[in-house]
Design a protein around this ligand. Structure first.
Ligand code: SAM
Ligand code: SF4
Length: 329
């Protein structure tokens, strides 16, 4: 039985956060005073698998993405990947690549073929300012390592005005000789991330900038894709824009989310959550909880006002208290 909400959207995609802590502290994602969960509060591997299996077998989920925090900080991440890969879903993992050298062979052997890696700059000093850790070389070496080992790589860059917008063309030009897919993400508002509408470098601006130097073609995206994808003719990779702020795609969003402590969220910006893990630990049937959570999904942006300049104060007041690091992108 597919999971449909009030607006008849069918949900096929599940993001599971497997840990809430991180070895980077990106300014746009993690507040400086972030506290992390205790180990016993996290879903165990078995609980992750039980919940995932229910979504796949009962509700027709076909895509699962593991995220965090930083999923590679979870010692049993390879085992979790192996368990989920056996469910024959389209499986992905989003990582900052800091520890990728330790896990790349294990992840590949466990059945992972595709990685989303966050990288916001090619400048080591800038990386240190954005991620609050001096790890640019390690991250970039690990991106190359994973690419050389045949992993399909999507590079996620959060574009912030005056911070890294001057590197957009360099990221696009990376796709000339490399089969890498670059994705420019508009800077989104979350608790404690100092968002302002004026800091958002918009989708329209990105296309204008890229178009002033390169011609490009729009490619056909999957109907539920959050990204609008383009290719410079003849280049190996693609670039895409995730325009959550200026052109949200809520009407076709098919994603559901589980936090590291087993709370279900029907939207990235949801203010309500459903505690699946406590119910599971009590031995309760969690299907009714899941179905009620999906049914309550708002039409747009978790019920927040549109992210327009004139609505900025309202948006900031109404945000969920959860920072992005503990939601999982
Ligand atoms: N640690 C992993 C990583 O960085 O890839 C996975 C978790 S991270 C929360 C998932 C994604 O969310 C990353 O691609 C990150 O760039 C993105 N993200 C975090 N905060 C964001 C924000 N304020 N606006 C847009 N994207 C954001
Ligand atoms: Fe960590 Fe990823 Fe958030 Fe950066 S974006 S602080 S790497 S969870």
């Amino acid at each position: 039985m597919p999971l449909q909400d009030l607006h008849s959207r069918t949900h096929r995609s599940l993001r599971i956060s497997v840990v809430d802590k991180c070895d980077l502290r990106c300014t746009y994602c993690m507040p400086e005073d972030q506290h992390f969960l205790k180990r016993e509060e996290l879903m165990t591997r078995e609980e992750v698998v039980t919940i995932a299996r229910l979504f796949v077998e009962r509700y027709g989920i076909t895509k699962i993405r593991l995220t965090g925090g930083e999923p590679l900080l979870r010692p049993d991440v390879v085992e979790i990947v192996r368990d989920l890969a056996a469910m024959r879903v389209k499986l992905g993992l989003t990582t900052n690549a800091v520890s990728l050298h330790k896990y790349i062979d294990g992840l590949a052997a466990a059945g992972l073929r595709s990685l989303n890696v966050s990288l916001d700059t090619f400048d080591a000093d800038r990386f240190k300012r954005i991620a609050r850790r001096d790890l640019y070389e390690q991250v970039w070496n690990n991106v190359r390592l994973a690419h050389d080992r045949g992993m399909h790589i999507k590079l996620n860059m959060v574009v912030m005005r005056g911070v890294n917008d001057d590197e957009i063309l360099r990221f696009v030009e990376l796709t000339e000789h490399n089969g890498i897919d670059v994705r420019f993400i508009e800077f989104m508002p979350f608790a404690g991330n100092h968002w302002g509408r004026d800091k958002v470098y918009t989708y329209a601006e990105m296309l204008g900038l890229i178009g002033s130097v390169h011609s490009f073609d729009r490619l056909n995206d999957d109907i539920n894709s959050t990204a609008k994808t383009y290719r410079v003719p003849g280049w190996r990779g693609t670039f895409a824009v995730i325009s959550t702020v200026t052109e949200p795609f809520c009407g076709s969003c098919d994603r559901l989310r589980i936090t590291a402590e087993g709370k279900m969220r029907n939207c990235l910006f949801a203010r309500e959550e459903t505690d699946l893990l406590s119910a599971l630990r009590r031995g309760d049937d969690i299907t009714e909880l899941i179905e009620a959570n999906v049914a309550a999904k708002h039409a747009m942006l978790g019920g927040l006002p549109p992210f327009k300049p004139e609505k900025q104060e309202e948006v900031l007041n109404d945000l969920s208290e959860r920072p992005m690091v503990s939601i999982g992108g």
